[in-house]
Design a protein around this ligand. Sequence first.
Ligand SMILES: Nc1ncnc2c1ncn2[C@@H]1O[C@H](COP(=O)(O)OP(=O)(O)OP(=O)(O)O)[C@@H](O)[C@H]1O
Ligand SMILES: CC(=O)N[C@H]1[C@@H]2OC[C@@H](O2)[C@@H](O)[C@@H]1O[C@H](C)C(=O)O
Length: 391
Amino acid sequence: MEKLAIGLMSGTSVDGIDAALVRLNGFGVHTKVDLIDFITLPFASNVSEEILQCMNINESNSALICSLNFKLGYLFANAAKKVCEKASIPLSKIDFIASHGQTIYHFPQQEGRFVKSTLQIGEPAVIAYETGVTVISNFRSMDMAAGGEGAPLVPYADFLLYRSNLKGRALQNIGGIGNVTVLPKQGTLDDVVAFDTGPGNMVIDELCKMLKGVPFDQDGKWASQGIVHKEIAESWLEMNFFKTSPPKSTGRELFGSQFTKQLLQNWRHLRDDDLIATATYFTALSIADSYTQFIFPKTYIDEMIIGGGGGYNETLLRMIKELLPNITVLTQEDIGFSSEAKEAVAFAILGNETMNGMPSNVPKATGAGSAVILGSITIPPNDRNIIGGRI
Ligand SMILES: Nc1ncnc2c1ncn2[C@@H]1O[C@H](COP(=O)(O)OP(=O)(O)OP(=O)(O)O)[C@@H](O)[C@H]1O
Ligand SMILES: CC(=O)N[C@H]1[C@@H]2OC[C@@H](O2)[C@@H](O)[C@@H]1O[C@H](C)C(=O)O
């Protein structure tokens, strides 16, 4: 049966809310998905600052998180309304909204008194009330309850959309964080491997903010003008995270502003453009090294397909191609999809699985003990039929 759904995503870059309006047919391996429309609503600078403050363990507090949860709920609801307006489709025609929310903190493993846990905020009751549409949210918690890291979750959608009988594929996302889904040629869901490769644009963005007063390195321009200090980037790769075998996930906790401040302190003698070039090479190297260590020994890869905003950084793309000369490196655009919309579409697909009672984590990717149905369902205020059988 055909369904209309909206996927909402706000990622680790904290640049804005992506909203993808999609048409879905079927579920599981029979899923067909068409992107009808897509928007990004950038965060006002005071909102992104507040989110970053909430994420910072030294600056956050419970009042801030309490308020931001609702504030983001309204912003997510607005993004859903706006994408419907753009597509001239009334909200009343939407079957469900799948909202990833904003990750505020992520402990993939226990750290001292902090137990393994993850928190995505953006109150689903507000989204359901404001739109009158059923909302699926809190996707990561059930995977973590089942022993997983709660991330990455997109691999399930990657398997449905990009598996191939002819080619081994690696879907490389370069958002704030980098993560890869490995789809062996003729593989089944059980053959899918996925993990976070390290920083995506996070360190580059931080350097651009601190050194240039701009949010990111547009098309990789600053990096293209700088000199790469390969030996310095290689020394950053000595961190334990890069040596750990998958499953593994990471975030701003490891590669956020603290990390970049430390780099600036240690390498302050380098020219600004050289630091940005070296950080860009660091991302490229961390991706290439992940493939060499953990993917190539087990799986033949024909092509890497890059998604996420990093796909627009031409210098980063060139460096990845140079470091991995034996595989074809493409972007989502090269194969007729959208780099920006990919994750929002993926969450609409995960929401569809939940509404059909299907598990959608990939235990090998997250480390969960079993495949589980993801998400919490929030019923809109006046929908009395939903428990009676529509789910
Ligand atoms: N034209 C461009 N040139 C260079 N970099 C760009 C460009 N457009 C976007 N980016 C980068 O992409 C980032 C946003 O990427 P994206 O929206 O995929 O991240 P995200 O979804 O927030 O992160 P994650 O996938 O880790 O959750 C920006 O912060 C910027 O660094
Ligand atoms: C905890 C969390 O929000 N993790 C994100 C983050 O951003 C990229 C990478 O780190 C990935 O692990 C994950 O997001 C994508 C959407 C995922 O779950 O597949």
